[in-house]
Write a protein that binds this ligand. Structure first.
Ligand code: NAP
Length: 244
């Protein structure tokens, strides 16, 4: 039988800052116990756990580099041991490095692929046996999977296009368990990652403003909630009209 996933435990990869932190806050406000990973931001992660606990929720932060598949596996097992079988998995951790093909180093290429592609696969792979039937998986891709605004984005765009297709095809694997998997493709959102780019982007955005992390969290909340059970394999672009 398909379970109602709305208050079951959630695991968010990359939840200490930016969109990930907004997603953690929103899923906790939805009533879910939330485990989240981070790479380095110990203090921000601890502060977020405290904030959620003071609001009456339950949260756990785990340091786990998404480039390290053993760390991902341990994070999944720790989350399941603490709060029980997972009802929602959100894979948000990602890195952005720009550079034209001639300038982009192979070391940076490997790091981008390790976190943005291999890390996403590893998170889904290791979480799969810990997911309830009827659970929800959401990845955070990028609108650059469909359209880039200028030179220097090729490797980042490639990683996000890979995520979109991984999700599309994986939906067939998860369907027999009524588990949905969808990919959110944000456009420019105000976070640390894009702080340097905003003066360039803002005047080019049809809606005339940069998106807020909580607007992405709202879409993730819907995708992980009871009304989204018939959507799977989709990539949903939310970008203020940037790619329109
Ligand atoms: N901001 C945008 O405009 C935009 C647009 C489209 C797509 N995206 C995508 O949205 C996602 C979140 O972006 P953001 O702007 O919120 O980024 P951000 O502000 O840089 O935050 C990134 C989050 O991911 C974590 N993280 C980064 N590398 C990690 C690693 N190797 N292992 C584990 N955790 C890691 C960070 O942890 P620490 O705090 O410990 O570093 C942090 O919690 C990314 O996948 C990004 O590609 C962003």
């Amino acid at each position: 039988m398909t379970i109602s996933p709305s208050t079951t435990p959630a695991l968010v990869f990359g939840g200490s800052r930016g969109m990930g932190a907004a997603i953690v806050r929103r899923l906790a406000a939805d009533g879910r116990p939330v485990t989240f990973t981070y790479a380095q931001a110990h203090e921000r992660a601890a502060a977020l756990v405290l904030e959620i606990e003071q609001a009456g929720g339950a949260a756990l932060a785990i340091a786990a580099d998404s480039a390290d598949s053993d760390a991902i596996k341990t994070a999944v097992e720790t989350a399941a041991a603490r709060f029980g079988t997972l009802g929602a998995l959100v894979v948000n951790a990602g890195v952005l490095k720009n550079g034209t093909i001639d300038q982009f180093s192979l070391e940076d290429f490997d790091e981008m692929v390790a976190v943005n592609v291999r890390g996403v696969f590893a998170a889904i792979h290791y979480a799969a046996p810990h997911l309830l039937d009827g659970a929800r998986i959401v990845t955070i891709g990028s609108n650059t999977a469909d359209h880039v605004g200028g030179p220097g984005s090729s490797v980042y765009a490639m990683t996000k296009a890979a995520v979109a297709q991984l999700v599309r095809a994986a939906s067939r694997d998860f369907a027999p368990r009524a588990i949905t998997i969808n990919n959110v493709q944000p456009g420019p959102i105000e976070t640390d990652m894009t702080a340097d780019l905003m003066d360039f982007i803002r005047p080019r955005l049809p809606l005339g403003r940069i998106g807020r992390p909580d607007e992405i969290a709202g879409l993730v909340s819907w995708l992980t909630g009871p009304d989204a059970g018939y959507m799977t394999g989709a990539s949903l672009t939310i970008d203020g009209g940037w790619t329109a």
